[in-house]
Design a binder for this molecule. Sequence first.
Ligand SMILES: Cc1cc2nc3c(=O)[nH]c(=O)nc-3n(C[C@H](O)[C@H](O)[C@H](O)COP(=O)(O)OP(=O)(O)OC[C@H]3O[C@@H](n4cnc5c(N)ncnc54)[C@H](O)[C@@H]3O)c2cc1C
Length: 456
Amino acid sequence: MDLTSNRQSWAVVGGGILGMTLALRLREQGKEVTLIEAARDIGGLASAWKIGNSVWDRYYHVTLMSDLHVRNILNDLELEDDMRWVETKTGFYTKGRLLSMSNSIEFLRFPPLNLVEKVRLGATIFYASKLKDWKKLESIGVCEWLTKLSGRSVFEKIWKPLLRAKLGENYQHASAAFIWSIIARMYAARRSGLKKEMFGYLPGGYRRFLQAFEKRLVDAGVTIQKGTCVQHVKRTGSVVKMDTADGFEREFDHIVFTTPAPAVSKACPGLQPREHGLLNGIRYQGIICPSLLLKKPLAGYYVTNITDDVPFTAVIDMTALIKPEEVNGNYLVYLPKYVDATDEAAFSRSDDDLKAEFWPALKRIHPHLTDDDLITFQVARARNVLALSTLNYSESLPPVHTSIPGVHVVNSAMICNGTLNVNETIQLAENAAVDFLKLDSRVAADVAGSRCAQAV
Ligand SMILES: Cc1cc2nc3c(=O)[nH]c(=O)nc-3n(C[C@H](O)[C@H](O)[C@H](O)COP(=O)(O)OP(=O)(O)OC[C@H]3O[C@@H](n4cnc5c(N)ncnc54)[C@H](O)[C@@H]3O)c2cc1C
């Protein structure tokens, strides 16, 4: 590819997976690209941190066999062959009992549901997995849809606790497209036969992936500016000007925000009122996510879904997937709790306060644990994580190309027909890069057109 053919300067704001992918693809189109990230390290939600004496992902991550966009990048980075694929088990904690629900036989034995309820639940999941027209589902409330398909009792016993766990009271505002996208993704992860799940991870975790990705960006000629929070963007003459918190000032031909929508509205006061309304109208779920290092293993379920009233959404036993050697021979567990992004009370709770509530609840689920088994309890928090798929969501999204010429928005809130995951994020970035290439051709055509007009 001729890298000198198009020397427009582009800034990509946000060094998460979306921004990194977009920066790489824009650079491959020959643009001069600067990637600007507020945090000290790139990676955003996929970044790693130190847990006790180990380093692993800040939030739990797995790759599915069907995540072809992720695997393509891993392949590019020569990491795909190192992926480990593991058959995992799923647990269910309901009415004080921890049950396995990892295959069809266990599903048929699952005590909380009678036979008719099981058939209706199974049929709902199967039906949803076969649906292709997600747009239609956007206009139906998730509660109405699931109750109609599974019946009131299955909704109350299974779906409602699961929806509440992920969305809190916001579940009442979600559309059927939300649950459809989760079912479609998980179904794609299952093989035929006993429908076992195969999940993958890269030894060394996302840190290794991000380090290789960052190196690829630098080698390709992308300038990376870390620890730089973009504060203000405005159009000045033929360029867009950016101010950052540390006094860094630069001009670009184009700026693309990959950050959550409220950050775009804040940084671009010159947008039209309607655009501010759309950006700030997106409702986000946040997450409070303690990581625990333990001396003892749990029960071998990668995910334990919970229908009982406990303070966290699920139990994620990372060492049911990764080898304990990855975390110095210990066992890594996450206890995520999804909350509304604006829930100040939840976000102001200290690690100690959360530990006092979460640790005893985990011990109730796994009574073999004692206080002596807990090595580390530390909490990661993020506010604008998951844009809530409300009714007719895709129609209330802000445009990619804003009213400020040269300022664009491509963020994970634009994933309308999928769940929040790295694969969708990469796909979104790659589609956006193609769209930006068309923008170049339009500009080139306009320039050529005006040259022709001048010549005439
Ligand atoms: C608990 C949890 C579990 C998950 N599990 C999985 C999983 O198992 N598998 C999977 O595939 N995906 C999973 N995901 C989803 C995955 O992490 C995300 O899809 C992906 O990381 C999103 O990347 P992003 O670039 O869109 O956003 P982000 O990672 O949020 O990146 C946005 C970046 O913008 C930066 N930024 C914000 N404001 C500014 C500013 N003003 N100036 C400069 N920079 C700014 C932020 O610091 C951040 O780095 C999980 C996510 C969470 C939270």
